[in-house]
Ligand binder design. Structure first.
Ligand code: MOS
Length: 735
């Protein structure tokens, strides 16, 4: 099915199953420990050997030699693989650095060897006996130095690096009220629960990897390219994933090394990265420096808005797209955005939950708070005042498909009790605590990706949906079952969903918050084809046939599905493809975050007391799974605001705090009540599901709401994330 015209009334609109808070159908398996994760595939890969990755001890330079003699003689060791004996490797398209380094080294902890042994402990022990002799090169590790020679990248997520409309410089200069501030965000780590892990096995020239990967189709292609084998000979299986946040969008070293190890020893091999290996070996969200300039009239109408972004990555890498939302979020006739890429020799930067917006809004939405104060306009009102219903760079010819930012701000403010906020900072005290409230807009682009599925009905009327789509903890199993149940007129319990296997039809995968809408749209397309076939078999006109109560009904007759199917069952493959509706319309999701903090006036410690958010993201396919996504993302926003930072050792070029003891993320005790409101919205331009995504929207702006609440509480305006107590306390004058 090609989706190239806005959707009209369709069977999803009946919303008997879709849109209901159905419990996660994978929930019982997860809590019982019965969902097999990648490292646990004893069932399908018996008698495995265990691999331990050795990462480079230098960030840049060359390996002169690797002495594996002692390691090879160690108990239980079966093989030690390095660039010298692993065989010729190609390079995939999606990673900037090679997954097995040497002789040249591109970043710290780049894999340089894999030790394979009978047990995990033997592999890890023997790894200490591998002697790598390096010549250390001169690396560039400091973003502040790198920005001096930073260059415009070729593109930013497919868009131009720079955009300009009207006369930004002139309008900013002559604006009555100006904000001109620079904000910094640090490198961040995904810190998902399940580490990167793979079990690999070969059968002849055919490779199967059970791995933890968000994008099964991409993984097949990348593995085939890297191993220089045919994609038909690679099967990737990833049915359960303990979180990804973008760290598992790409084939990573665990999967490649497990495949190489299994080939070398002729047995299945398991490789998991140890937690301390993850931040430097895998990708991270790159640090940014962002300058915001906003010029407005006295009453807060934006005349000029400019956003300049600097970020670093390895040579050949990409810039963090932190300026993109500023092209779309607020009105203003004179506009300018720029992105500059500094070449650094730190580990590879890449996508982390809402790449671009997540950090772009940490800057833009604090700048808006500063503008509100400068104009003496309420920050909610300021955002409403500068709303725009079309792409402000392209003009009215490109309207938003749907945009309820104003409603999110108004309804969110109402629910949160925003009217109780004292606009003057530092005024509200409770004992030793200073209390404040902050607001920020949420914005995340909506993307659509082609997605396929197979839908089968057996002779008993039981339905099975298979697609290589993944569930990274998001609820995919459940919303796909709901979609099929809705369209075929059965209960969710009549549907089995099989995910994450490359032998199934290729899907959109889980990325960029496009997964829910795109993958269910693929199931929609396939079910509609199946409905046509079934109606025909039943002797009905497909348009007239009603699918409900396990029956096909038309012309006063009702035939049970299983009778229409026949004893042999029926199976159909189809997919959704998207036309140019995302070009003709600006498509995005919107929201408003509200936060109340209490700041200890002696220690500067920030307690988040309440969070509330209102969100508009098209049809909410399942309010329970969607809410879980949003509160998880809001929590991650608190992490960004208050805790998360990979600390760069600028001498040696690595992230020092590479474990969960030192890389701080919020825990339950840090997160109080979170209130989530979804606005009623159907987006007929997004897909036949009329849905968009929420998995990333919830992080977008959340941290800025915390920052703005800190300011309202204390009068301390911080522009350097994370806002740890040492930074807060420096500004406190009323202790
Ligand atoms: Mo997302 S950062 O595309 O998993």
């Amino acid at each position: 099915m090609k989706f190239d015209q806005p959707a009209t009334l369709n069977p999803i609109d009946r919303a008997r199953v879709v849109g209901k808070p159905v419990d996660r159908i994978d929930g019982p398996l997860k809590v019982a420990g019965a969902a097999p994760y990648a490292y646990e595939r004893h069932d399908v890969a018996p008698n495995p050997a265990y691999g331990w990755m050795i990462g480079s001890a230098i960030a840049k330079g060359t390996i002169n030699s690797i002495d594996t003699t002692e390691a090879e003689a160690a108990p239980g060791v079966l093989a030690v693989l390095t660039h010298a004996n692993a065989g010729a490797l190609g390079k995939g398209n999606m990673n900037t650095a090679r997954l097995l380094g040497g002789p040249d080294i591109q970043h710290y902890d780049q894999a340089v060897a894999l030790v394979v042994a009978e047990t995990f402990e033997q592999a890890r022990d023997a790894a200490k006996l591998v002697r790598v002799d390096y010549t250390q090169g001169q690396g560039k590790f400091d973003l502040l130095v790198g920005v001096k020679t930073a260059q415009p990248p070729k593109s930013v997520q497919g868009s131009p690096a720079d955009t300009s409309v009207g006369d930004f410089d002139g309008a900013f200069k002559s604006a009555a009220v100006k904000v001109d501030q620079t904000y910094t965000t640090p490198d961040q780590s995904h810190a998902m629960m399940e580490p990167h892990a793979t079990t690999a096995a070969w059968a002849g020239d055919k490779l199967t990897v059970w791995t933890s990967n968000q994008m099964v189709t991409w993984a097949v292609k990348e593995m085939a390219k890297t191993l220089k084998i045919a994609p038909e000979n690679v099967q990737v299986v990833s049915p359960y994933i303990g979180g990804g946040f973008g760290s598992k969008l790409f084939l990573r070293a665990d999967a490649l090394l497990a495949a190489l190890g299994a080939r070398a020893v002729g047995r299945p091999v398991k490789v998991a990265l140890a937690r301390p290996q993850i931040p430097n070996n895998t990708t991270h969200r790159p640090a940014t420096i962002q300058r915001l300039r906003i010029g407005a009239t006295k009453d807060g109408v934006i005349q000029a808005i400019g956003h300049d972004v600097w970020a670093g990555d390895l040579p050949g890498g990409d810039v963090e797209s932190a300026g993109l939302q500023t092209r779309l979020l607020y009105a203003g006739k004179n506009r300018k955005t720029t992105h500059r890429l500094a070449e650094l020799d730190l580990p590879e930067g890449n996508a982390m939950r809402a790449p671009g917006e997540a950090v772009g809004l940490l800057a833009l939405e604090v700048a808006m708070d500063e503008l509100a104060e400068a104009c003496g306009v309420d920050p909610v009102e300021l955002r409403i005042k500068n709303d725009i219903q079309f792409d402000p760079e392209a003009g009215p010819k490109r309207p938003f498909s749907s945009r309820k930012l104003i409603e999110c701000l108004q309804q969110g403010a109402e629910r949160f009790g925003w009217s109780k906020r004292n606009p003057k900072p530092g005024q509200v005290r409770e004992g030793d605590f200073l209390i404040g409230m902050g607001v920020a807009a949420a914005f995340r682009n909506n993307m659509a990706m082609p997605s396929g599925a197979r839908v089968a009905i057996d002779g008993k009327g039981r339905i099975t949906v298979s697609t290589d789509m993944t569930d990274i903890g998001t609820g995919t199993y459940t919303i796909i079952a709901q979609t099929a149940a809705e369209l075929l007129g059965v209960n969710v319990s009549d549907v089995t969903v099989k995910l994450g296997d490359s032998s199934f039809p290729a899907s959109a995968g889980s990325g960029g918050q496009w997964g829910a809408n795109s993958s269910t749209a693929g199931v929609y397309a396939t079910c509609m084809t199946l409905r046509g076939m079934l109606a025909q078999k039943a002797g009905f006109n497909a348009e007239d046939a009603l699918f409900e109560d396990g029956m096909i009904k038309a012309a006063g007759k009702a035939i049970p599905l299983r009778d229409a199917v026949g004893r042999e069952g029926i199976s159909v493959d189809d997919k959704i493809e998207f036309g140019d509706l995302t070009e003709r319309y600006a498509q995005a999701t919107f929201g408003a975050h509200f936060c109340e903090v209490a700041v200890d006036r002696f220690t500067g410690e920030v307690h988040v007391r309440r969070m509330g958010g209102a969100f508009a993201a098209g049809r909410i396919l399942n309010p329970k799974t969607a809410r879980s996504q949003v509160i998880g993302a809001m929590t991650m926003g608190v992490g960004a605001a208050l805790m998360e930072e990979l600390v760069v050792d600028k001498r040696f070029g690595y992230f020092v705090n590479h474990d969960m003891a030192e890389y701080h993320v919020p825990v339950h005790a840090d997160i109080p009540e979170q209130d989530v409101l979804f606005l009623d919205e159907l987006d007929d331009k997004s897909s036949p599901m009329k849905a968009k995504g929420v998995g990333e929207l919830g992080i977008c702006g959340a941290g800025a709401a915390v920052a703005n609440a800190i300011y309202n509480a204390t009068g301390v305006r911080l522009r350097d994330y994370p806002m740890t107590l040492d930074k807060v306390i420096g500004g406190l004058t009323n202790a």
